[in-house]
Design a protein around this ligand. Sequence first.
Ligand SMILES: Cc1ncc(COP(=O)(O)O)c(C=O)c1O
Length: 436
Amino acid sequence: MTSNTDLNDALMARARRVIPGGVNSPVRAFRAVGGTPRFVERARGAYFWDANDQRYIDYIGSWGPMILGHGHPAVLEAVTKAAEQGFSFGAPTEREIELAEEILSLVPSMEMVRLVSSGTEAGMSAIRLARGATGRAKIIKFEGCYHGHADALLVKAGSGLATFGHPTSAGVPPEVVQHTLVLEYNNIDQLEQAFAEHGADVAGLIMEPIAGNMNFVRATVDFTRRCRELCTQHGALLIYDEVMTGCRVALGSAQSVYAQAIPGFEPDITVMGKVIGGGMPLAAFGGKRAVMEQLAPLGPVYQAGTLSGNPVATACGLATLREIKRPGFFESLTAKTRRLVDGLSAAAAAEGVPFSADCQGGMFGFFLLPQLPQNYTQVMKTDGERFNQLFHALLDRGVYIAPALYEAGFVSGAHSDADIDTTVAAAKEAFSLLPK
Ligand SMILES: Cc1ncc(COP(=O)(O)O)c(C=O)c1O
């Protein structure tokens, strides 16, 4: 198969004239890997087709939401019916209650939940809620974890240990991030030091339980336990950002996975997105009743949204959650993802390519490194040039993985064993082309 990007090139040239960088979210621009982004014409099941009618096996699934694959009949039917009843009312609907009930039943650490339209909005609101509920200002986050593009969270670590961070974006004044402490993921000593110095002022600690924004890096069980203990001890709220992992790594989300190793483990606030909207703009944040009742209109923490709980988006999310709850869905998804990861590992080994990979439920990641990294600094050791060669060799063979080294991958219920075996065969060829 040869790559044929002419119509994609033409669309990109046109897009660049009217949209900054030609895209509405930066990573879509292929800046990291080079070449022309594929403009998607249509998608079905595990595939999408680009402007040249070239088919790709899709391992991004809209960056996580499409856990059933594209155009699942039950979801299509629910969305079509909802659209016929009306797009948006700005008044409450029964479906919002149904979705809230469904989310709470899957993730019982939440007693109440508020629906919003994007993960960014949910993360930003969770931080405001933690600050409002505790009356404190400081937030702890970890390098390599992404929580959306709210000002206070666009921060990188300072030069010393446990120092306050620097903005990672122009337009974010240093004063706005002065209360955000950035620490190394999986570093218990640094965490303890930060709480020893600032514990009384920390409103919340926000973390990705399995960091999908530095490819795929799990928080260790010990680190997770310590995060929980220190938050409890110092009266800070543990905020689990499960926008990516929520209903994706397990039906009960990553917190259910960690609760198996840490009995009774629960975060205080959970941020959800992606899968719960099934591909529509929908996200949520929730927690214990006493914390959630701090939100307007009950409490003093303001949060609102014209399109929050949108009737078409909630229909899409509900139909998606009802499908993934079916007996055997997650077992099958997990087995497929495992088949992919094992296949890729074997192919890399056969071609003598240093490789490590991990997965949970329907989410996976791999590194061109002999061992799985534990934090962002280790992730950065991956050879970006080799990754880019691999990316393009896969793309040329009809396999679409994230166009950046720092992103996780996603398998859907629509991927067949044959799709996965085709992918592994393509990867074996791609590995063989990498410089030794
Ligand atoms: C863990 C995590 N939190 C928050 C976000 C932001 O979500 P959104 O892109 O819907 O604003 C993302 C997006 O990828 C994410 O992966």
